[in-house]
Design a protein around this ligand. Structure first.
Ligand code: PMV
Length: 320
């Protein structure tokens, strides 16, 4: 039984970063990552059987090469010859640094399985999503997730109800498309950064710290590990030859403002992915003060506030 389906998936923000591939062909991560699926922002994807594989994102057809390996893997796992047309849109600006590839491939994996009438379990969906984008392996679950180094699938640590007061404020400092794809930047870090090995070794320790903090719902200790993870990832990247820097002047201003907030006793811990945007971890009661102080500094700044969110949801079709 096959039919058109519509799926919504939210992005997975990495609190502890995946950066670097252990196996590029199989898309296996070299570092463990701790993800938080965000509510209120999502990718919505409609998938239906078609003559040939096509992906249209926000009205624009995507490069077929980028998706060829993913669709082939989907067919092998689903034991089907079906080809898929997927039309996708993000509820947030694609350039917002909100890990749209994680929500995009999570929605696509769930959508293809459902369109082909296959009821895969979450682990199998995570394996499929990872083939498209390793961070997407985490986005097939809600709440807090773990993708271990070298793992084929992520797993859920806690549901979205585990820490209801936690908030993430995404500060969109630029809407320009990123210049360097994460895949390429990871390759550069691995092959041309003298800090890469140290980054790999260190990421295990940072994960252990973050997991302990998460068990205690200790935002200060978690925030501390979160800051070290992005700083060290970007330090390794910056030390590569040629150096790669995703940050803009406004990125640095937001980092400094978070430091000044913390010095004033307001908990705000920032993290940065492969782009200039800054995502700030805080508690619900501190979110208004964090938002206010950033808006005072940069009146044009657009901010998106998210709480821990659910995994992908089927919103139309998919009887199989
Ligand atoms: O999954 P990719 O290839 O889009 O890479 C994601 C890399 C980071 O967002 C920087 C970190 C992460 O774990 O999501």
């Amino acid at each position: 039984m096959s039919s058109a389906v519509r799926v919504r998936a939210s992005p997975s923000l990495a609190l502890i970063k995946y950066w670097g591939k252990r196996d590029e062909r199989r898309n296996l991560p070299a570092t463990p990552s701790l993800g938080l699926t965000l509510a209120g922002v999502y990718t919505e994807t409609r998938v239906e059987p078609a003559e040939e594989d096509r992906v249209i994102l926000d009205g624009r057809e995507q490069d077929r090469e980028r998706f060829a390996g993913f669709f082939d893997a989907v067919r092998r796992r689903l034991r089907t010859r079906m080809r898929f047309q997927a039309e996708s849109r993000n509820s947030f600006p694609t350039a917002a640094g909100l890990a749209s590839s994680s929500s995009g491939f999570a929605a696509l994996a769930v959508g293809c399985a459902r369109a082909a009438g296959c009821a895969l379990d979450a682990r199998e969906l995570s394996v499929l999503a990872r083939i498209g984008s390793a961070s997407a392996a985490r986005a097939v679950y809600g709440g807090f997730t773990l993708l271990a180094a070298g793992a084929r699938a992520a797993r859920q640590l806690h549901s979205e109800d585990y820490w209801p007061k936690l908030r993430v404020l995404a500060a969109v400092v630029s809407t320009e498309a990123k210049l360097l794809a994460s895949r390429e930047a990871m390759r550069t870090t691995r092959s041309a950064s003298p800090f890469y090995r140290a980054w790999l070794a260190d990421s295990r320790h940072l994960l252990a710290r973050a997991l302990q903090a998460l068990e205690r719902r200790d935002i200060e200790e978690l925030g501390h590990a979160v800051r070290l993870s992005y700083s060290r990832m970007h330090a390794a990247l910056l030390a590569s030859e040629p150096p790669a820097l995703y940050w803009l002047a406004a990125t640095v201003s937001v980092i400094r403002e978070c430091a000044s907030l913390r010095a004033r006793g307001i908990g705000a811990w920032e993290t940065i992915d492969a782009g200039p945007q800054v995502k700030i971890l805080c508690l619900q009661e501190d979110a208004p003060a964090v938002r206010r102080s950033l808006m005072e500094m940069m009146p044009d700044l657009s901010m998106i506030e998210c709480r821990p969110g659910p995994g992908p949801q089927l919103i139309e079709g998919g009887k199989g």
